[in-house]
Design a protein around this ligand. Structure first.
Ligand SMILES: Nc1ncnc2c1ncn2[C@@H]1O[C@H](COP(=O)(O)OP(=O)(O)O)[C@@H](O)[C@H]1O
Ligand SMILES: [Mg+2]
Length: 283
């Protein structure tokens, strides 16, 4: 079943002379991780905001086409009810902290309190999610005193606690070091395991190759490529859109160019090792 279904969506910001999104049609199945890649300014964040209804509700401007989330047209729903179905985490962890909580525990509780969830249930959910996301150690710390990586884990835990089935995550690791990036992806793996439907904007192609089911390349507001990671990354066209490709894919392409007969172009390190082993074995 399509969890997110976008049909012929075009959108222009109020002051802009060009559409930021051009005839976007995209389906994301329930439980799928769909990665959106593309150069700066290609429309990734705008597309994320269209899925949660902020485009056009908050940003105004002209829109045509529609976005259905679980069958409901987000342009017709109010932002509050869409927010109950779609969770959102973005680039800068610092700006996601509410500023009203003294501890991580409180930070996780206040969204649920606003929803009127019973205290016992709030406590149960928070304990469970803190355990799963491994943020228990800093439960009593002030969110502002955490590192960027820890803050981002709190932001991810905060949407998990809310329980939405659809999660939009816009460049969660762009300000993080490699270790914190891996920690964030551990949580994304957990989210996948829970069956969440995830739209992820990310520049770290090695991680996309490993985790994504479906990759969409945007260029100047248009979808220019779409498919499984290996279809997209192994296609030489991919590099024309200012997107990096995974290092393993690059190595494989170089090896083939040097005459090593690899069976196909892998997108992960394990894939490269496997293809080299096979190429050696058959030589
Ligand atoms: N609030 C805004 N008002 C006007 N133009 C905007 C606004 N936000 C983004 N844009 C423009 O829309 C295009 C897409 O931006 P964005 O979705 O932020 O791209 P990305 O996330 O891929 O970097 C860019 O040309 C950008 O300048
Ligand atoms: Mg962006």
């Amino acid at each position: 079943m399509d969890c997110i279904k976008i049909t012929d969506l075009s959108y222009r910001y109020p002051t802009a002379e060009e559409d930021a999104l051009k005839q976007i049609s995209l389906s994301v199945k329930k439980g799928e991780l769909c990665a959106i890649i593309g150069a700066n300014g290609s429309g990734k964040t705008t597309l994320c905001n269209a899925i949660r209804g902020f485009v056009p509700k908050f940003y105004k401007g002209d829109i045509s086409g529609n976005v259905l989330v679980n069958g409901k047209d987000v342009q017709k729903e109010d932002i509050g009810s869409t927010a109950l179905e779609v969770g959102f985490v973005f680039q800068n962890p610092f700006t996601q902290i509410s500023g009203i909580a003294d501890t991580v525990y409180e930070e996780l509780s206040f969204g649920l309190e606003n929803m009127g969830v019973a205290p016992v249930e709030i406590n149960r959910r928070i304990e469970e999610i803190m355990e799963l996301t491994k943020i228990n150690d800093f439960r009593d710390r002030n969110p502002y005193q955490l590192s960027g990586g820890q803050q981002q884990r709190v932001a991810l835990a905060a949407i998990l606690v809310m329980g939405q089935e659809v999660l939009i995550i816009d460049e969660p690791t762009s300000q993080l070091d490699p270790q914190s990036t891996d920690d964030v992806f551990e949580i994304i793996r957990l989210m996948k395991g829970m069956g969440k439907t995830i739209v992820l904007v990310e520049h770290k192609m090695e991680h996309i190759a490993e985790y994504a089911d479906h990759v969409v390349v945007l260029d100047k507001g248009r979808i220019v490529m779409e498919g499984m990671p290996k279809e997209v990354f192994a296609n030489p066209k991919c590099m024309e859109y200012h997107t990096r490709i995974p290092q393993s894919t690059r190595i494989a392409i170089d090896l083939i160019r040097e005459g090593v007969p690899l069976l196909d172009i892998p997108v992960t390190v394990d894939g490269v090792i496997d293809r080299i082993d096979k190429a050696m074995g058959t030589n």
